[in-house]
Design a protein around this ligand. Structure first.
Ligand SMILES: C[S@@+](CC[C@H](N)C(=O)[O-])C[C@H]1O[C@@H](n2cnc3c(N)ncnc32)[C@H](O)[C@@H]1O
Length: 278
């Protein structure tokens, strides 16, 4: 039987993000292909996109489409086209649905992502704007639940590192990138992200950091049952060695033609380890 629209929505989670309606899985959806609910990271990204005047006329690449909210935001602010990579078939369905209910019927080209070689599907192509909210969950071996949202290593930074490694090669000469993520650091700054920027990017970077940060003592409660202890034992050792104590929510503005790195604070968003109200 085909469910009514009301039943469909009641069985999932419908959030409002700066005027966009976004259907996702519920927080407690148990399977590995969960389409993540909205968190303060999505409004944070959309606010920073608005501050650069949106995506007017841009050929955009999104890495990690998920619910589609960032791509839809880019198209709503004038992007010519968004090419979006995703490995989770369920997310592609939700993103298409979300595009339609937000009045986006053209301009979104969803392409299969590649688990092993992130950039392969678009290698040789260049974009005006690359956007992403990359998987950033710490992902030790054997951790299944956050399969699509694990950052690829214990600290969750490998995916971001892989994006940054080939970012310049996929940007037009005046190209830009806008990346929202949570990243480990000390009690003031996301130092692990700053390290990636300094090692991988040669253009100009402006890192906007939310003042609300979480110590890893809190973050541990959000790791899946059964691996939380093992995760934290591993993580704890590594963190100590590297002086990493907190997780910070931040947005990177990157300009290929620019130079240097500046760090600024944003207005505080709601506690960003809790989903936005449905
Ligand atoms: C943190 S979620 C962000 C989703 C969405 N952009 C948002 O902000 O709600 C990261 C997304 O990246 C996708 N992903 C993981 N590995 C990928 C890959 N190799 N290529 C493309 N997408 C990938 C995941 O399936 C997930 O949907």
């Amino acid at each position: 039987m085909i469910p009514s629209l009301e039943t469909l929505i009641a069985n999932h989670r419908l959030s409002q993000v700066h005027g966009l309606r976004v259907l996702t899985d519920c927080v407690d959806y148990p399977d590995v292909d969960q389409v993540f609910p909205m968190y303060p990271e999505q409004p944070f990204f959309l606010e920073e996109l608005a501050k650069i005047g949106g995506a007017a006329g841009a050929e955009v690449l999104e890495i990690g489409l998920g619910s589609g909210v960032l791509s839809i935001g880019a198209l709503k602010t004038g992007a010519k086209r968004v090419t979006a990579l995703e490995i989770n078939p369920r997310a592609k369905l939700f993103a298409g649905f979300n595009a339609l209910i937000n009045g986006v019927t053209q301009g979104l080209a969803i392409i299969d992502g590649d688990r092993e070689d992130l950039w392969r599907p678009v290698r040789g192509r260049r974009f005006d704007l690359v956007i992403s909210n990359p998987p950033f969950m710490p992902s030790p071996p054997g951790q299944e639940h956050y399969f699509h949202s694990g950052g690829g290593d214990l600290l969750g930074m490998d995916f971001l590192d892989t994006i940054c490694r080939e970012l310049d090669a996929h940007l037009m000469p005046n190209g830009k990138a806008l990346i929202v993520t949570a990243a480990p650091g000390d009690d003031r700054l996301p130092t692990a992200f700053i390290d990636v920027i300094e090692r991988r990017l040669s253009g100009g970077a402006r890192l906007i950091v939310d003042p609300i940060k979480f110590s890893f003592d809190v973050v541990k409660h959000h790791t899946p049952d059964g691996v939380a202890d093992a995760t934290m034992r591993h993580l704890g050792g590594q963190l100590k060695q590297r002086g990493l104590t907190h997780e910070h929510l931040c947005v990177l503005h990157y300009e290929k033609t620019g130079s240097g790195l500046t760090v600024e604070q944003s207005e505080p968003h709601a506690a960003w380890d809790e989903p936005l109200p449905a």
